[in-house]
Design a protein around this ligand. Sequence first.
Ligand SMILES: NC(=O)c1ccc[n+]([C@@H]2O[C@H](COP(=O)([O-])OP(=O)(O)OC[C@H]3O[C@@H](n4cnc5c(N)ncnc54)[C@H](OP(=O)(O)O)[C@@H]3O)[C@@H](O)[C@H]2O)c1
Length: 464
Amino acid sequence: MASAVGSAASVSSSATSIARSRQAVSNAQCNLCHTCRSFPLHPPRAVAEIRKRLVTVSAAQQVRLVKTSLDTSSAATFSLSSTHLLTRPQRRTPSCSRVTQRRRASALVVCASVDAATVARDEVSDDYRSRPPQDVRVLVVGATGYIGKYVVRELVSRGFSVITVAREQSGIGGKAGKDQTKAELAGTEVRFGSVTDPASLAASLGDSKVDVVVSCLASRRGGKRDSWLIDYEATKNSMEVGRARGASHFVLLSAICVQKPLLEFQHAKLKFEQELMQRKDMTFSIVRPTAFFKSLGGQVESVKGGGPYVMFGDGQLCACKPISESDLAKFLADCVMEEDKVNKILPIGGPGEALTPLQQGEMLFRLLGQKPRFIRVPLGIMDFVISLLDSLTRFFPSLEDAAEFGRIGRYYASESMLIYDPKTGRYSSEDTPSYGTDTLEEFFRKVIKDGMAGQELGDQAFFS
Ligand SMILES: NC(=O)c1ccc[n+]([C@@H]2O[C@H](COP(=O)([O-])OP(=O)(O)OC[C@H]3O[C@@H](n4cnc5c(N)ncnc54)[C@H](OP(=O)(O)O)[C@@H]3O)[C@@H](O)[C@H]2O)c1
């Protein structure tokens, strides 16, 4: 699946030659005018860049730009006739009384030619991957979340130049103030702003340049409106604002469950994924992890205290290859630089075989040296509660999210977090890629010893 999606993407930011760049876009249309429908020599990104520059600088500036560029540019020549430029809408033509229409047109022609060469050459030589990490500027949004914090630490430890955006009150329940947030995101340039408001986000970044955006944003609860606000809109805002500052690659923390979308947050994530994949001016790595350790550790302390292990059905309805937060952070950080992760959807789990809830419970009792004691809850109970809440929602719309939380709980109680084959309706452990070294058993041992400190579920405790 990953390679199929990957090959569908049309742009590679890691072009190593202009020839490769030309080939990659051989079917691209010329965006400059309507008369030219096929203009194979212009990479879409170059054309977009030319267009942007032509409308933002005056003709006189362009003539200067042409002169400068001519001195330095020998990378490539692109044949762009004046016809193409003259057919552009008049309002897009820069005004300059001292430059005649004809002169302006020819200036634009040369300028566009040179710019095309320059941009194409930039694509080659200014690939951020050729720079040392300290010169690669990574913007992390969702940095204050469970995974975001680990991603930030990983990027900082790899030497990247990291900018983070946070709310003034962040973290679970908004308990962390500015100072605490700065301490937690040490090693980064912390900017305070709102990802839900493009103007605020843009202002928080000022004119800082960005090479890569990493988004670990997620609705903290998974309610309907909030999911669209964060998993779609805020993530999209981050993409736009990052792109406007030069970002050419977007790394998205998504979820493996979007492959079988039944929940609102999954639809919101999918919509963003689709828009990201359609962009011609940015590449992407969409990371779809299986379950996090924290989502499976919620019963360790109660079982340790003598309680039963609670599971749905026979405990074999759902399975996952859990991945630790630090392994996932490493994988996400790999996506910043590694070319084999560009323009791909990357489902990812932790090491070892998939584990069902029954196997997780048995492991826990074994580690605790206790006799296994399970409570099996029929899924029908959840179905009853959900349908009750759905009926009540008709009269009390404020219960809409409660019903959605019920559906989220039911989904995780019955669907595996593994690669899904829609044709057979089966999940496959073998097809789910593994990464990292941390095991759930080690995690359970740690929680038995130290408790769940640092692994708090926050609002997600409702359905975990
Ligand atoms: N749990 C699992 O087992 C699992 C498995 C696979 C995939 N996933 C996916 O992983 C993601 C969850 O990751 P996580 O646990 O790291 O998330 P998290 O701890 O809930 O963090 C969410 C991040 O988004 C930010 N955010 C949320 N609402 C915001 C708002 N209104 N304005 C500004 N920022 C906002 C939070 O900022 P604040 O700190 O300011 O709130 C925080 O930085 C989800 O997409 C989920 O689908 C989860």
